[in-house]
Unconditional design. Structure first.
Length: 329
């Protein structure tokens, strides 16, 4: 099996998660790491023999890579992703695909014919494979998502202009999961708490620590997502309840990945066989080896649709009105 030489752009905490997954993969070599902070790049590359760069352009020019992982803040996704994809280099993009619809559209266009995945790993969660059988012939009426807990600190997280946002960063995982389970979202409403939970009163930033999103789906179903960013050390709650005509199911997420409940009188108790994060990366690597853009867990076009829902939700927060998703696609 040919070795896939991987480069990583952005050496933050999520890049460290990727490094750990890649280290367990046969025939994969971390060849290069790029970050504007040389010390951070050196830390991520330590012990791997990977070369380090301060400019992703230099890395792409000098390295013979088989795949690129882009782990920068979302506002910085477009340039390295588009450059790599246009050269035919497969790309794994951390979620969200971008910060704006224009950047997302540019990435989707550049990815045509090239393997590209976006890190909404819930599409690859093997528990989702069981839902079509459990819900066959039924109508989903309600989905209720919960995302409460600490968030890994990033300098740009609290600054909307820098590309951050609690809704986009925490909430879009649930938005993507709801779309995967129940189909497209047509309109969004949202409201935010005025209470700071994780940020200190003197800490800069303009994002909401706690908010609720309500989604109207094309099927007629209703979905809600409750999001709260809490301080380190607080317990978390992360999951999705699914209520259908003959089923009530709960998908528990992180650190335990289980599906439980009842469907048509059948007791359901399932546990994921593998980490969804690792499975998403392995799915991408298999797609790279097979040169099959359709084999990734979450493709750019699908991630762009999730971004449109998130953007509509941000507008709903700003205007306190119901916002159609169509205008953000």
């Amino acid at each position: 099996m040919d070795v896939i030489r991987v480069g990583i752009v952005g050496a933050g905490w999520i890049a460290g998660e990727h490094r750990r997954v890649l280290a367990d993969e046969a025939a994969v070599e971390l060849a290069a790491v790029c970050d504007t902070d040389p010390g951070r790049a050196a830390d991520l590359a330590s012990g791997t023999g990977a070369r380090t760069y301060a400019d992703w352009r230099d890395m792409l020019d000098r390295e013979d890579l088989g795949a690129l992982f882009v782990c920068t803040p979302p506002r910085a996704h477009r340039e390295p992703a588009v450059a790599a994809l246009r050269s035919g280099l497969p790309v794994y993009l951390e979620k969200p695909i971008a910060r704006t619809g224009l950047d997302a559209a540019a990435i989707v266009a550049a990815a045509a014919g090239t393997v590209c995945a976006v890190g909404y790993q819930w599409h690859a969660l093997d528990l989702l494979d069981s839902l079509p059988r459990l819900l066959a012939g039924q109508q989903i009426g309600l989905l209720a998502g919960t995302s409460i807990g600490p968030t890994q600190s990033r300098p740009w997280f609290t600054d909307m202009r820098a590309g951050g946002g609690n809704l986009l960063e925490r909430g879009s995982h649930h938005l993507d999961l709801i779309r995967a389970v129940a189909g497209e979202v047509v309109a969004v409403q949202a409201a935010a708490s005025r209470i700071r939970l994780a940020r200190r009163a003197d800490e800069a930033g303009d994002i909401d620590d706690a908010l609720t999103i309500m989604l109207s789906l094309a099927s007629g179903a209703l979905a809600t997502v409750v999001i709260a960013w809490t301080r380190a050390g607080q317990p978390g709650a992360y999951g999705l309840d699914i209520v259908a005509s003959e089923a009530t199911l709960r998908l528990a997420l992180d650190p335990d990945f289980t599906l439980s409940g009842v469907s048509r009188g059948e007791q359901v108790s399932l546990r994921a066989a593998a980490s969804p994060f690792g499975r998403s990366v392995r799915c991408f690597l298999a797609a790279v080896r097979d040169r099959d853009p359709g084999a990734v867990a979450c493709a750019p076009g699908d991630a762009a649709a999730t971004l449109a829902v998130a953007a509509a939700a941000e507008e709903a927060l700003r205007t306190a009105r119901a916002v159609p998703v169509e205008g953000f696609c």
